[in-house]
Structures are given as C-alpha cells and as structure tokens.
Design a protein around this ligand. Structure first.
Ligand code: TRP
Length: 334
C-alpha cells in the first residue's frame, strides 16, 4: 500500500515496433487502472539485453516507449514511469532471488524454450534467469496487482512461488502479487493469421497495425485483413478473423460485441473492415499527435525521467534494504 492505494506494477520492452495489440491489450488498460492504483510502469531495458541489441537503437526505442506511455494518457506526475536501468535495485534483488529459485523451475518456462529456439546462437544465462528479474521488478515495489498478458502468466506464477518461499523462510517480506488479466476482448490477433497473436516481431508488416501507422496505412491493412467465406458477421470462434475485427472495433469504440454484431447485421465484410480501420485511426490519431508534441519537448521528458527514477528508487530501496537485512548482509554504517 502506498498512501492508502494498492500498488500496481507492469512493464514493457522497448524492442520491436509497438502494435495496436500492445495499445489495446496493455497501454489502454494501464490508463484505466491508473486512478485506482499507485502505478509503476517501467521500460524494462534490463530485460531487453537478453537478446542482442544495437545500443543506439535500444536507447532511442526506450525513450520513445517512455514518451509513448505519456502520450497514451498516463499522467507522469501520478504514475511512476521510469527506466528499469535507472534503479539498481532491480538487478540487486534479482541476484538475491536467483538464490531462491530452482533450475528446475526455470527449465519449465515456455518462453525460455521458445526464445532459446529462436536465438540458438545466444542462449545466455540472462535469458534463462529472465523470469527472476521479472519477479524482482514486481516484488521490489510490493505490488498487489500486475496486469499481464496470458503469455506472462507462467512468469507471474513463478514470482508468487519465489515470494512465498522467501516469506516462508524470513517472515512476511514480500506482498504476494495477483495477476490482472484484462477483459478477454483485449487479445488482439494478427490480421493475416487470426489464430496468432498480433506481435511486434511478426515479419509480415500487414499482420500488425503499428502504433505509428498513418491513417491510410491503417485503412489499407484492415482492407487486406484475412477473413473467411462465411459471408456473415457473427462473433464466434469459428470465424476468428471476423471475431478479431469485432474485438478491435469494440475496444476502440467501447461497444459490446452484441452491439457491434447488430450494427453490422446484413452488411458486407468490406464495410466492416472500413469501419474498423476508421475506428482504429480515430483512436491512434490523438496518441500519435501527442507523441509528436512530447518528443519535441526534451526538457520536459528529461525532468519526468529524473523525477520518476528518484521516486522508483525510493520505494525500491525500502524493500531492498529489508531483504538484505533478512538474508544476513551486514548493516551499513552511516
Ligand atoms: N516480461 C514482460 C514481457 O515481455 C515484460 C516485463 C518485465 C514485465 N518485467 C515485468 C511485465 C514485470 C509485468 C511485470 O511482456
């Protein structure tokens, strides 16, 4: 608890180009949650180097992502928006938690197996212990809730296990975090293969709408979206392409699937695609505009970065000092 509010932690990696899926599935939700919780939203750059990065590129992307958090509507005076690498406590707690996590547990992580297969030439120890760093992120702020996608649930379960194990030995040190899974409609699928999640690492640019795509590009990508030959607009798993379009439409317009189905009753796929494209462009347009404005204001962003790193450090250090004492590190003489 901070000032009577429950604590929320989440983070995103600054790798790849952010997509509509990241916005509707995560960012948009973050904004909604930011009144209710004391929120920490991190740009998790320590996680990013588990895969080889171009340094200049990583720096630029991290800054863009941080700016985008604000452009999407997160008030940086209320929400702690910061770079993970500016708070050394993440790495320090991660080391300690490594000593309370079993090889067997990490070996079971499906994301590790996937990434190891994808980057067979660089299966480094960081890639293996990535979930421990994620646990440290969350536990460092004594987070009560963690909004995550379904693909991160296994990591969150591990976080809970490690926290409970630690608490079992040393007493109540960590808050045990709960997952916050957004509403089911928030999972946005690829426009080219609606059985696959829309991903920033997809090689086909038509599969994803990028957050910075202009209106024409957005409309064109929806026009090309893969559908089916049922020739009916229904919200059903048998028509994953149409269902995805309806989900996107609903997320952008705050309508329910029933309302949307009714609205498009008897109309063709072309009309649906055009309407979805416009709804998406309407939602992304203001975010893009604000991003451009913010990007020009270097001094403002710099100030946010500094202030929030200080704030994050304050809370992180509180937890870290407690943990260090519990495990038996000598007290600091001041
Ligand atoms: N691993 C998450 C992802 O790839 C990002 C992340 C890092 C995260 N630390 C976190 C998410 C802590 C939630 C909480 O999506």
């Amino acid at each position: 608890m901070i000032d009577g509010k429950k604590v929320l932690f989440s983070g995103m990696q600054a790798t790849g180009t952010l997509t509509l899926g990241n916005y509707l599935g995560a960012l948009q939700n973050w904004v909604k949650l930011s009144d209710e919780y004391e929120c920490f939203y991190s740009v998790v750059d320590l996680h990013s180097i588990t895969v080889r990065q171009n340094p200049a590129e990583l720096r630029k992307r991290a800054r863009n992502l941080l700016t985008l958090y604000i452009a999407a509507g997160l008030d940086p005076k209320k929400n702690c928006i910061y770079y993970q690498s500016h708070v050394s406590g993440h790495a320090e707690l991660s080391w300690i938690l490594n000593c309370f996590t079993y090889m067997g547990e990490l070996n079971r992580m499906t994301q590790f197996k996937d990434k190891a297969a994808k980057h067979a030439d660089n299966i480094n120890a960081g890639l293996f212990t990535y979930p421990v760093l994620m646990a440290a992120d969350i536990l460092l702020y004594q987070a009560d809730v963690v909004p995550v996608g379904i693909d991160q649930m296994q990591h969150l379960e591990l976080t809970r296990d490690v926290a409970q194990r630690f608490n079992g030995i040393y007493g109540d040190v960590f808050t045990i975090p709960e997952a916050y899974l957004g509403k089911s409609g928030a999972k946005i699928m690829s426009l080219q293969d609606p059985l696959k999640k829309m991903s920033k690492s997809d090689e086909n640019p038509n599969a994803s709408v990028y957050l910075m795509d202009d209106t024409d590009t957005i409309i064109r990508k929806f026009k090309r979206a893969v559908t089916d030959s049922f020739a009916q607009i229904a919200y059903t798993d048998e028509q994953p392409g149409i269902k995805n379009l309806l989900d996107i439409y609903c997320s952008c317009t705050a309508k329910t699937p029933e309302e949307a189905v009714k609205e498009f009753d008897g109309r063709g796929y072309g009309e649906l695609k055009a309407a979805v494209g416009e709804a998406v462009a309407d939602v992304l347009g203001p975010v893009q505009k604000r991003f451009e404005e913010l990007s020009k204001d270097k001094a403002y962003i710099d100030e946010i970065i500094k202030e929030n790193a200080d704030k994050a450090n304050y809370y992180a250090m509180k937890t870290l000092r407690k943990v260090q004492k519990k495990v038996g590190f000598p007290e600091r003489i001041r």
